[in-house]
Design a protein around this ligand. Structure first.
Ligand SMILES: [Zn+2]
Length: 111
């Protein structure tokens, strides 16, 4: 496996940071950053930082390709999580009772 990949950010090579400057005087460029592949972003730990140098580059890529990204797993219906709404009496810092509402996820997998 290669020790790095090039950042997939669509504008990575346009950010004015000194670490992106390459070339000699008179022919300098801003170059896309390398994304180092480490134990923290490879294998089972593969994540956005396996391919992008920053959240900004990830957002640039996502915004430029948003229609294709959502087409991977279209959401045509809402998802739902079974819950119970529980009202319980508690006391505040002044030891006064009040009713608080808790939302508790219901695990239906065990049924
Ligand atoms: Zn980048």
């Amino acid at each position: 496996m290669s020790s790095h990949v090039w950042c997939h950010g669509t504008n990575c090579h346009k950010s004015h940071t000194t670490d992106r400057v390459r070339g000699s005087k008179g022919s300098k460029v801003l170059r896309t950053r390398k994304v180092k592949q480490t134990e923290w972003n490879t294998g089972d730990r593969r994540n956005m930082f396996s391919y992008f140098c920053s959240n900004g580059c990830y957002n640039d890529f996502a915004n430029a390709n948003i229609e294709r990204i959502v087409a991977i797993a279209p959401r045509t219906e809402p998802l739902e999580t079974p819950i119970e709404v529980v009202k319980e009496t508690a006391t505040d810092w002044h030891n006064q009772p009040y009713v608080r509402t808790k939302i508790v996820a219901v695990d239906n997998n065990g049924e």
